[in-house]
Design a protein around this ligand. Structure first.
Ligand code: FBP
Length: 282
């Protein structure tokens, strides 16, 4: 299945890298389904991904974070692809790394249907992580993704990436985040989900958190486009995941295409403490 998507991901990576490399970062007149004003770049990247995925006959339906509704491509297809064409796009004009995220589902939407996931990161280099039975790192060289190595998380890391508006954090969440800094963890948070999680994966461990907050009890990050793809990657890499409850995140029923969820991803040591503190305060 990886081979079906590899060529397409290569074309998407090359075309989006070109699209990013422009002067004008202007905003469009349009808003996406989450009420964010879309950059011209968001619309352009969305068009690039849609055009490239439309070439794969085994894809049944696609859904973009930038569009209200899903789109049927091939009624005989079996894959459902949810994608965020350029996550963290607001960071491009300050020249920070951003990424494209893909959730690959079979036979329908929802964590239970997820069979693979992938993201491309546009930073000093262009890299891709593709996860199915293993988590594999690729580097874009001469417009081709070359396999570099398999990624496995260690038991414990030293990176802490706490998202969300701190003034709206719940007291026990602040207690949890501070407990790692008190242990010497390094703050590594750019505000871009792809580079922040890529760093934890490649450094072998740590904790990323985007909690339920007073202003956003349902979290900010979108389940199909952002949360489930990274949950799948962290599980396959030997890490742990949570939505802040004791439910199995990868077994949650599907609700709304643009549904959001709190999310926590990390290596086992950090996630054990996160789950203990959240269970104690549930
Ligand atoms: P977009 O999909 O609108 O870019 O938002 C997602 C995101 O930028 C993530 O990449 C990042 O983890 C999060 O929002 C940052 O949110 P905050 O600025 O509230 O910490």
């Amino acid at each position: 299945m990886q081979n079906i998507f590899l060529e397409t991901m290569q074309s998407i990576a090359v075309r989006i890298q070109d699209a990013i490399d422009v002067k004008d970062m202007g905003y469009s007149q349009h808003e996406n389904s989450s009420g964010d004003t879309q950059l011209q770049l968001d619309i352009q990247c969305d068009f690039i991904v849609e055009e490239e995925l439309s070439k794969i006959p085994s894809i049944h339906t696609i859904a973009s974070e930038e569009k209200e509704h899903a789109m049927l491509l091939n009624k005989d297809g079996k894959y459902f692809i949810a994608y965020d064409p350029l996550d963290g796009s607001s960071l491009v004009d300050v020249n920070l790394s951003v990424g494209s995220i893909f959730g690959i589902y079979e036979g329908g939407w929802g964590a239970q249907h997820m069979i693979a996931s992938c993201y491309i990161i546009y930073g000093p280099r262009v890299e891709m992580i593709f996860a199915q039975n293993k988590v594999k790192l690729f580097l874009l060289q001469n417009n081709l993704f070359e396999f570099v190595k398999e990624i496995r998380l260690k038991e414990k890391g030293n990176i802490n990436a706490p998202g969300g508006t701190q003034q709206n954090w719940l007291p026990y969440h602040k207690e949890m985040v501070d407990s790692f800094f008190a242990e010497g963890y390094r703050l590594r948070y750019s505000g871009g989900m792809v580079p922040d999680l890529h760093q934890i994966l490649l450094k072998g461990g740590g904790l990323f958190s985007y909690p339920p907050t007073a202003d956003r009890p349902e979290g900010k990050l979108r389940k199909l486009f952002e949360v489930y793809p990274f949950a799948f990657i962290f599980k396959v890499a030997g890490g742990e995941i949570s939505d802040g409850t004791n439910k199995d995140m990868m077994n949650l029923p599907h609700d709304h295409i643009h549904g959001t969820s709190p999310c926590f991803f990390g290596s086992k040591y950090e996630m054990k403490r996160m789950k203990e503190i959240y269970k104690k305060n549930a």
